[in-house]
Design a protein around this ligand. Structure first.
Ligand code: FAD
Length: 501
């Protein structure tokens, strides 16, 4: 008798062990998990509601489901093995470092056995990654092209569809002033969500708004979310994927990460739907579709393997020796008058979501140039987002956002106010001047940026991708401006640290 142990981020019935008509299914709703850090309440609501909905669906289909509600996995397994002694459990390999061994210990110490099988929430294998990329530094583009060739997605024989691998140069537009992205579908939830929300409200310390929950929690809802994205937002996804708008928190992004990361959607089906739209419909440009395919087929898979290869060192990597904690504005949007940061932190508070450029060029960029440790930033992202799991948040934050390692990021994503001003509508109404570097009204991003470059000159100047920015730093130094810029950066850090920026 084999029982499939379904973890909260492995809710797929279409592939993996749940697809093979299991004799029995075990789900353990272990609540102590919610106490490990201050999670976003919508993340907790999402995972526990989705688990209960899957339980109900399986039971309705006649599957024998054991659903344990308890404090820890250990307690849940105690209860399970009391009534099913000596069972073999089968589980998909959890992507978190060391998790499979921990689960095996828990099961074996209770007299059971655990069979760990391939995790079908990803398309590519560690062996493929190792074969394509070898040793670090790992290059995403090499990986992405290899996956395109291997899968045949967006390929025209041996060549990439349309002749180019990458259409990024067409994906850096900002929407016109009157632009409104299409409205999102609304989902109905029923009692489970209300129950979980009540528990979260009363028993758990969280950060974020519990209301306004609108994430897919079932397969049917996830399919609707995918349909809606492909139908309505995919055409503009590409051109506006780097833009930032104060009053449009999602723009044309897919909002599919939370469903993908718990197995309600498969990565290949979302890629195939986007490609089918390109082939079958007018008005779905290749640069949008390729841009989306690159995120899912490229970045999502790449980050998963980079994590696997670089852990455990990745979690504590801090190559620039950053020492500061995060300033209060990360928890309180009112602790800063920087319009962009305040808006973006507010988006995270409201929904546990910010789109990629907010995550990278606002929330990470500020922490990086401010000098916060990659670990403090990682902890904040891990707690604050509905789609955060260790395998995905850690490489994105520690590697890409905070430049804690150069194993797969060749230069820091640091930028001045120039980027935000060009790509967003934040600066017009902001107290701070994006064109000024010194003085009380100068945008903090400017002095922090130049100060960051000066501070890490020994480490970064020799990077050939940084040559141009260091020539600009030289100009500022030669003109005698650098001392005042660095003084302004110190004032910015002090103000941020005291919640008064
Ligand atoms: P879209 O912009 O519509 O992209 C489509 C899909 O591509 C996403 O749903 C996601 O599955 C995938 N994707 C795109 N970029 C990445 C990436 N860099 N890594 C992994 N998958 C990617 N993604 C998470 O799923 N969980 C996280 O906790 C997370 N933390 C991040 C932290 C930082 C600092 C940064 C820079 C990125 C992070 N990302 C994370 C990646 C990316 O920002 C999110 O996947 C994306 O914003 C989710 O929104 P969306 O579904 O609307 O994505």
């Amino acid at each position: 008798m084999t029982t499939v142990w379904v973890l909260g981020d492995q809710l797929s019935r279409r592939r993996g062990p749940l697809a093979d008509d299991p004799d029995r299914v075990l789900l353990v709703e272990a609540r102590a998990f919610a106490e490990r850090r201050r999670y976003h309440p919508q993340k907790l609501a999402l995972v526990f509601t989705a688990m209960r909905r899957l339980r109900d669906e399986l039971r309705a289909d006649g599957v024998d489901v054991v659903y344990e509600r308890c404090e820890t996995f250990g307690e849940g397994l105690d209860a399970y093995f009391d009534t099913h002694p000596g069972d073999e459990l089968v589980v998909q390999r959890p992507p978190a470092h060391g998790a499979a061994d921990r689960l095996r210990d828990l099961v074996e110490s209770r007299g059971g056995s655990l069979r760990v099988v391939r995790n079908r929430n990803f398309l590519t294998t560690r062996e493929q990654f190792d074969g394509w990329l070898g040793d670090p530094p790992f290059e995403h583009e090499t990986f992405y092209r290899a996956v395109r060739r291997e899968t045949g997605y967006l390929m025209d024989g041996d060549d990439p569809e349309g002749g180019e691998w990458n259409y990024d140069d067409r994906n850096r537009e900002t929407p016109p002033d009157d632009y409104e992205s299409p409205p999102l579908p609304a989902f109905e939830y029923g009692d489970h969500l209300a129950d979980v929300q009540e528990w979260v409200r009363e028993d758990v310390e969280t950060w974020g708004d519990l209301q306004g929950f609108n994430w897919p929690v079932t397969r049917a809802q996830a399919e609707r979310a995918l349909d809606d994205f492909v139908e309505n937002r995919l055409p503009d996804f590409g051109p506006y994927q780097d833009a930032l708008l104060a009053d449009d928190w999602h723009l044309d992004h897919s909002l599919l990460s939370s469903a993908l990361n718990i197995g309600l959607l498969d990565p290949d089906e979302v890629v195939e739907r986007a490609i089918a739209a390109y082939r079958e419909r007018d008005g779905v440009p290749l640069h949008s579709v390729e841009g989306f395919v690159r995120q899912v087929l490229g970045w999502r898979e790449f980050m998963r393997h980079v994590y696997d290869r670089e852990m455990p060192g990745l979690a504590s990597a801090n190559q620039l020796g950053a020492e500061r904690d995060l300033p209060p504005l990360y928890w309180d949007p009112d602790a800063t008058e920087m319009a962009c940061l305040s808006s973006s932190v507010g988006h995270v508070y409201d929904r546990g979501y910010a789109h990629h450029i907010e995550r990278l060029m606002l929330l990470s960029n500020f922490a990086l140039t401010y000098g916060a440790t990659p670990q403090a930033l990682n902890e904040w992202f891990y707690g604050g987002f509905v789609d955060a799991y260790h395998w995905v948040v850690t490489p994105n934050v520690v590697g890409m956002g905070a430049f804690g390692t150069d194993a797969f990021t060749s230069k820091p994503y640091a930028s001045s106010a120039n980027y935000v001003n060009r790509m967003s509508d934040h600066c017009g109404g902001c107290r701070y001047d994006p064109d000024a570097t010194t003085g009380e009204r100068a945008c903090p991003f400017n002095s922090l940026y130049w100060d960051f470059l000066a501070e890490h000159e020994d480490r970064l100047r020799s990077n050939h991708r940084m040559g141009l920015v260091y020539s600009h730093l030289d100009d500022k130094r030669d003109a005698g401006d650098l001392a005042a810029i660095r003084k302004r950066a110190r004032a910015v850090r002090d103000a941020a640290a005291s919640g008064d920026l």
